[in-house]
Design a protein around this ligand. Structure first.
Ligand code: QAP
Ligand code: CO
Length: 167
């Protein structure tokens, strides 16, 4: 089932998400619906709060970059720790259609998380995957990438978005 994606500046995108405690069929159904929604929208990442489910879940599939879907990652209850090194990447967001801006993030991160069965896992990521993880993890804390821009760029972005007709 395709879910509705909340659009910035919807205040529900600012809500902080809560930890997942139950790893059941309902959770798996949400994960499947999120994947369907992300693929239909041609996204590479989607966090549960973007579909108004305020739980600590996000999915990522960077495969579209190479013209095909490769690997779908599912992250539940993620905890990030970062190495040093910065990366600047031109980010977009399914909740902010039509806007892309450069955001500075950590180049290398480690993420501790649970899979859909509740099993504890750990991943070291760098480059685009690390950027995507940080972008999606921000959604769980109610942060949209527009809020990571410098005050000047943020104001310009907000003006542009306010003028834009949302489909
Ligand atoms: C988050 O972003 C992300 O404006 C996922 O018209 C961003 O899937 C991860 C999209 C940067 C890594 C690097 C945006 C689709 C999709 C748009 C997305 C649009 C159509 C954004
Ligand atoms: Co986003």
């Amino acid at each position: 089932m395709i879910l509705d994606i909340l659009k910035y500046p919807d205040p529900r995108l600012e809500q902080k998400s809560i930890k997942v405690e139950t790893f059941d069929a309902k959770l798996h159904e949400l994960l499947e619906n999120m994947a369907e929604t992300m693929y239909e929208a041609d996204g590479i990442g989607l966090a549960a709060p973007q579909v108004n489910e305020h739980r600590r879940i996000f999915i990522i599939d960077l495969g579209i970059q190479e013209g095909e879907r490769k690997k779908k990652w599912e992250f539940i209850n993620p905890v990030l720790s970062h190495g040093d090194g910065k990366i600047v990447y031109e980010e977009g967001c399914l909740s902010v259609p039509g806007l892309t801006e450069e955001v500075t993030r950590r180049r290398n991160i480690t993420i501790d998380y649970q899979d859909r069965h509740g099993k504890a896992r750990k991943l070291e990521a760098e480059g685009l995957l690390a950027v995507a993880i940080q972008h999606e993890n921000d959604h769980l804390d109610g942060i949209v990438f527009v809020e990571r821009l410098s005050p000047i760029k943020r104001r310009l972005a907000k003006r542009k978005l306010a003028k834009q007709v949302t489909l």
